[in-house]
Design a binder for this molecule. Structure first.
Ligand code: ADP
Ligand code: MG
Length: 198
């Protein structure tokens, strides 16, 4: 595999399109265990990314992640904005001197810094029924050079069996059981959009 700035930008553009398509699905997941806005939040953030991308025309991997991070932090009203934003801010730093990503292992190590950003801000650990559950699985599978669609799906589906310990869904306690976490679902879309480039 070889991810240059071109492939990274294609990946994030594809993520923006899939967020737009799945906006209602993500907000519907957020309705029983949250406030029903996750799809709208993410779509607002990714629309802003598209606008900022056109305006700033970033030419490096690092600058591309920076544009995305700023868009998500500034435009997503919910908790997910600063969480995704800190992931992509850490990726901005981690890719400062990188022009290409040539292995799943290297990509896994980079995304691990993004995951660390989410955890530093949100204090969630795997099993807390958040986006961390998908990011953690993806990082482990990439480091083992074995990221698959099935692995991503399983990580998302597994959040159904979890009681939420962080975020709005945690107010429901046991009643959060039986529902997929919306942030885990949007993260699954992020990494599914990546699969064709590996
Ligand atoms: P809000 O909860 O403010 O309405 P969103 O609906 O956009 O924000 O996002 C909710 C998602 O954010 C959850 O499904 C979960 O994945 C993620 N989330 C919330 N709090 C945390 C946290 N402390 N750590 C990691 N992820 C979190
Ligand atoms: Mg919400």
């Amino acid at each position: 595999m070889n991810l240059t700035v071109k492939e990274i930008q294609e990946w994030l553009a594809a993520f923006g399109r899939t967020i737009e398509k799945n906006k209602d699905y993500l907000s519907d997941l957020d309705t029983p265990i949250g406030d029903g806005d996750h799809g709208n939040n993410m779509n607002r953030g990714m629309s802003e990314y598209t606008i900022a991308f056109e305006a700033k025309q970033p030419t490096t991997i690092s600058d591309t992640f920076k544009v995305l991070s700023m868009a998500l932090i500034s435009k997503v009203g919910g908790a997910s904005g600063p969480l995704y934003g800190s992931a992509f801010m850490n990726l901005t730093k981690a890719t400062k001197d990188i022009t290409e990503i040539t292995s799943q292992k290297q990509l896994g190590e980079l995304l691990e810094t993004g995951l660390a950003g989410i955890q530093a801000r949100g204090k969630a650990t795997p099993g807390d029924k958040t986006m961390v559950d998908v990011w953690d699985t993806v990082v482990q599978e990439l480091k083992n050079s074995d990221l698959t669609k099935a692995g991503i799906e399983a990580a998302k589906e597994n959040t159904k069996e979890m009681v939420a310990k962080k975020g709005r869904a945690s107010y429901l306690g046991e009643r959060s059981l039986g529902h997929i976490d919306p942030g885990a679902a949007s993260s699954a879309l992020l990494f599914q959009s990546l699969l064709s480039y590996l």
